[in-house]
Design a protein around this ligand. Structure first.
Ligand SMILES: NC(=O)C1=CN([C@@H]2O[C@H](COP(=O)(O)OP(=O)(O)OC[C@H]3O[C@@H](n4cnc5c(N)ncnc54)[C@H](OP(=O)(O)O)[C@@H]3O)[C@@H](O)[C@H]2O)C=CC1
Ligand SMILES: N[C@@H](CC=O)C(=O)O
Length: 757
């Protein structure tokens, strides 16, 4: 078992350097002491997915907070704070409260931390296979590399890589590239101004792929902005993941959460149920006697069988309902199976027969397409009591089950205690071990009328009138719920269990770099962090919030961010695995923006640029401010912008940009598409990483090239390494959208379980 945070001992030539081994590699060799048993939380809370409100890290803004908890599950719905969600990930149950969480995309291209090298002035950028006309395989995965990767050019970070050849699309031979890349000048804020006689404003396309010169008049606003990702100290490249240094994992409180993530649901049967099942089975078992009875028609058990069938039907429905309630995927049952009961709407319990497909969402019957939906619809299904013009988008608001009603008091109590335990842990930096100073106990904001009991409101005889009661609640708005020593002991006990056996993960699906301050605190407390939001990972590169960024990535082992690139596609995981195996990566080429991919293929089909961008926004592909996508900021910092500065964020709001600004770009864009098309080409927003260089821009590519064939929001990433030299490792698929992003985030949360085994 390797030590955590220990650099891999195998030599990693070129791109993988020093301790900056990405998280998967670290996980693989992580040594975490297994800890005893799961946290024994009240069964009711586990079984009923009770919502638990908690406030972690004060009044912070975060989208969800996942609690990775051994053997239990809890979810937060209505946090009083700005933490949008609390997700509980138990051993066997996983539930995303709102899987259509808002997410966009990511770019590892932004990734090198400030301590990483600058690959400026690299004139010899290795060409893409897509540059080649000859390279027109119809199968992306079988693309032959036209990149003649020279090992000695790889990883010469900070130095020009001279003469990296690329294939000449005219003759299929390798073509020497030279000196087309613009110069990168540092500016104060750490971003790079790209200036060159070969500036992309003049000829980005030629620089990139050796294609014909692009007339800048087609995009009069085109900025000379090839992006060179900033690497400050000249060592390493974009494949050097940050962090993985210091702070070996000496914590002993992690235990085996998620021992078996493959299992998703435990169903416990009562003795009675098992007995019933056995009897029914015995009765119907095809013994000789039973068969003869059936054949001779002397079987008098038809009526029994009917009622058994009904009973089983009913039981099945209950199981399905329970599954739906627990958030697990519900089995698809042919509707005809229930038709019998549907003909008899009232069964013996007086309950209405259920339409399976109406009641239980499953991947088969969930027809919620995202096309044409507005942002709100795209994010979550509507509740029935919300105004809706589309009844197909409604879901039932669940009534509490009988069990929930019966256990209501216990559930509430558990919620309160857990809430207090979490607050207590946060207040006392519990993850860092208790210190000598007296323990602090949190104050709880009372929002729930039933909690009044807890704080003595209902027991106070002097508070008869409503006004008095309101005044009491007001004055006790912050209520000390830790009233007695028994309660305090219990909270400390719970916190201890949580500390030893549980991981808490802060999940950031915002689109703000500001969250880095919160994330820093979270990892400081021993929590984990999962990011769909890429900005906290890029703010350091831009020398913004530098200190918080450094602190965040110094706990790299506890951070996951797969969805920041290609949404749910396993891009970072693949890169990580390739590097971890000692296979040096020479070059990555791809189209990494779902929005721009979608925009390009739609304008190609004759639609207006402005309309397509609006559609991409409503489909959930764009960043909250689509200008982040259009200026390439979502793919890398400082690149080929698709709109002029006058439409920038400092000049107008996102709403104005979408409603009026965008349309002023339509004509230029149409013209550009027309010009490309007249040459049998299409426009694609391409990114290329080699060594320490990251370059991003709009390219004219052959229609039948792998990138040219991309449609919709698909991303494609081709990884060229020593092992994947001629035929790259290709990852392709939807690179934006709520579902795929949510899946990526969830996979990251689950991946963190490795830390707790
Ligand atoms: N959509 C996608 O396909 C993918 C998205 N991502 C990333 O996921 C993130 C969210 O994108 P997306 O869901 O499309 O965007 P949305 O605009 O739909 O959601 C962003 C959410 O974050 C909240 N938010 C923004 N800033 C803050 C802040 N400072 N504090 C608290 N909450 C904040 C917003 O709240 P409010 O509405 O109140 O402002 C909003 O609810 C982005 O970082 C994006 O890059 C990653 C991969 C793919
Ligand atoms: N806006 C991104 C999706 C989220 O990161 C994209 O269009 O690819």
């Amino acid at each position: 078992m390797g030590m955590p945070n220990q650099p891999l001992s195998m030599p990693f030539p070129s791109l993988l350097r020093g301790p900056n081994v990405p998280p998967m590699a670290q996980n693989n060799q992580m040594g975490v002491l297994p800890q005893p048993g799961p946290f024994g939380m009240n069964q009711a809370v586990q079984a009923l997915n009770q919502v638990m409100a908690m406030q972690l890290l004060g009044q912070q803004n975060l989208n969800f907070l996942a609690s990775l908890q051994s053997g239990s599950l809890f979810l937060a719905n209505n946090l009083p704070q700005n933490i949008n969600q609390v997700v509980g990930l138990p051993n066997e149950q996983v539930r995303l409260q709102d899987p259509t969480m808002q997410g966009n995309q990511i770019s590892a291209l932004n990734f090198p931390p400030s301590s990483h090298p600058t690959g400026s002035n690299n004139p010899g950028f290795v060409g893409s296979p897509h540059m080649s006309k000859n390279n027109s395989n119809t199968n992306t995965s079988s693309v032959k590399s036209s990149v003649d990767v020279k090992k000695n050019t790889v990883g010469q970070s900070g130095k020009p890589i001279s003469g990296s050849p690329m294939q000449n699309h005219q003759n299929g031979k390798y073509m020497q590239r030279s000196g087309h890349w613009p110069q990168v000048n540092s500016v104060g804020d750490g971003e790079r101004n790209v200036k060159s006689e070969n500036s992309p404003s003049k000829n980005f396309t030629r620089n990139f792929h050796g294609y014909g010169k692009r007339e800048s008049s087609h995009m009069r606003f085109q900025k000379p902005q090839l992006h060179h990702s900033k690497n400050a100290n000249g060592s390493g490249g974009p494949f050097n993941m940050p962090g993985r240094r210091g702070g070996g994992n000496n914590r002993t409180f992690f235990s085996h959460c998620f021992k078996n993530p493959a299992r998703c649901l435990h169903v416990n049967y009562t003795e009675n149920e098992i007995q019933q099942w056995r009897e029914a089975r015995r009765k119907n078992f095809p013994t000789r006697a039973n068969i003869e009875k059936k054949l001779t028609g002397s079987d008098t058990s038809n009526e029994d069988a009917d009622s058994d069938a009904k009973l089983r039907c009913q039981q099945l429905k209950e199981v399905l309902a329970k599954q739906a309630e627990l958030g697990v995927e519900v089995a698809e049952i042919p509707p005809s199976y229930f038709s019998e009961l549907e003909n008899h709407p009232e069964n013996e319990n007086g309950r209405k027969a259920l339409h399976v497909t109406d009641q239980f969402p499953s991947k088969y019957n969930n027809k919620r397409g995202s096309h044409g939906r507005d942002k709100w619809n795209a994010k979550r299904p509507k509740l029935k009591n919300e105004a809706s013009t589309d009844s197909s988008h409604t879901v039932e608001k669940r009534e509490p089950t009988l069990l929930q009603k019966l256990l209501n008091a216990e559930i509430k109590r558990d919620k309160i205690q857990l809430l207090q335990a979490f607050r207590f842990m946060t207040l006392n930096s519990f993850f860092n071990g208790l210190h000598d100073k007296p323990l602090e106990f949190p104050e709880i904001m009372v929002k729930d009328a039933e909690l009044e009991n807890e704080i003595g409101l209902k027991k106070n005889p002097s508070l008869n009138k409503n006004a008095d009661r309101a005044a009491f609640v007001q004055s006790h708005g912050q209520c000390q719920i830790f009233k007695d020593s028994e309660m305090m002991d219990k909270v400390i006990d719970i916190a201890g269990h949580l500390g030893r056996s549980t991981g808490l993960a802060v999940v950031d699906c915002s689109a703000s770099s500001e969250t880095v301050n919160i994330l820093k605190q979270a990892v400081g407390l021993g929590c984990c962090v999962v990011l769909a939001n890429k900005k906290p990972l890029t703010c350091g590169i831009l020398h913004l919030l530098q200190e918080a960024y450094e602190k965040l990535i110094s706990n790299f082992r506890r951070i996951r961010f797969e969805s920041t690139v290609g949404a749910g596609l396993p891009v970072i995981a693949s890169v990580t695995r390739v590097l971890a195996s000692g296979d040096p990566i020479y070059c990555i080429v791809g189209s990494l923006s779902g929005t721009l991919g979608y925009v390009m293929s739609e304008v190609e089909a004759g639609k207006l640029f402005s309309k397509v961008v609006q559609a991409a926004k409503s489909l959930g592909f764009t960043e909250p401010d689509p200008r982040d996508d259009l200026r390439g900021m979502d793919v890398a910092r400082k690149v080929d912008s698709l709109y002029p500065d006058e439409l920038g964020p400092n000049s107008m709001s996102t709403e104005d940009f979408l409603s009026s600004g965008l349309s002023s770009v339509d004509r230029d864009f149409q013209e550009r598409v027309r010009v490309a098309s007249s040459k049998g080409k299409v426009l694609r927003y391409v990114c290329m990483i080699e060594g320490s260089r990251c370059e991003v821009g709009l390219q004219e590519l052959p229609k039948d090239s792998p990138l040219g064939r991309l449609r919709g929001s698909d991303n494609v990433v081709e990884i060229y390494s020593r092992c994947y030299k001629d035929s790259p490792l290709v990852i392709q698929g939807a690179g934006a959208g709520n579902d795929t992003t949510a899946a990526g985030v969830l996979a990251d949360i689950i991946d963190l379980q490795d830390l707790f085994q």
